[in-house]
Design a protein around this ligand. Sequence first.
Ligand code: AHM
Ligand code: MG
Length: 332
Amino acid sequence: MKAMTLGDFVLMHEESPTAATRELSRLLLDVASCCNEIASMVSNASVRGLAGAADSTNVHGETQVPLDLAANQVLMERLQLSHHLGLFLSEESDDVIETRHCNAGSRYAIAVDPLDGSKLIDDAGTVGTIFAVFRTRKRAVTPTRDDFLQPGRSLAAAGIAVYGAQTMLAYTTGHGVHLFAYDHFRREWVLVNEQLRMQEPQSFAVYSVNEGNSLKWRPEVQSFITELKSSAEPRFSQRYAGSLVADGLRVLRSGGVFLYPDEATSPRGKLRLVYECAPLAFLVEQSGGQAVNTAGDPILDVVPRDIHERSPLVIGHPSHVNRFLRSLGRSV
Ligand code: AHM
Ligand code: MG
């Protein structure tokens, strides 16, 4: 039997044939098509002269690699043409960018991390793209950067594309998470899991954190990780890909827990709220998991104050995230 393609799936699952859902479907398909183009650039990075470092830094002061800029360019140029999209925000640009069709009728704004984990490219590590689709807040008003300062709970859609041993894409519009794999031969995304549900941890689970930073963690985080190491049921192993998309996809499929906590030298953590933490939190909650910050607040309830704001992040199966909340002294 022929596998269901992303195009057929998205169109079949529009809840009702209204203009808004049709526009969102078109936008999701536009993003997916950017992702397969980026996947091809990633797998041929050295061949195309896109490996190594670029001379530039981004708004966060981080050195960009040529593929950060190339992936950003693919998304920015392609999505410029999306009629339903008013604004584009990227980890790689200082400010929001108005699309060519930005006007008072624009329904959506998109925030992206074009190439998450890009420092891993030269070592052939797993990288990916993260996106969050916001509904513009006011009808009959041209969208502004304030449209991104909404809590993750109000997202219209979110997703990750993962460029690793397989090229995969997981997305949600708030009705569960759906997982696709890219068929490089047929050049289309095919359905792998409809309504992906996070696994309940049995005898074995994974915790995922950069332990090299452990001396900079606050005591509650240190004691949580120590507790996981001494747990007998489930027994924990540590895995850390170094890219949120790879560690995040494992959490969506297999549970366990991933943390990027605040540290003594970075009190707000490393990851960005609008285009990293919020979209991952939306996917995680929609697959049956939980997502909080290190104050114990649900990530999806946090209202961003700045488009590039950072946030600590803890995502995983509720049994582990609740264990983390108890280590903060929260009752769950
Ligand atoms: P990036 O978006 O600049 O690639 O940075 C985000 C990445 C995450 O994907 C990953 O979880 C984390 O940074 C790894 O950072 P570290 O090397 O500090 O562990
Ligand atoms: Mg990133």
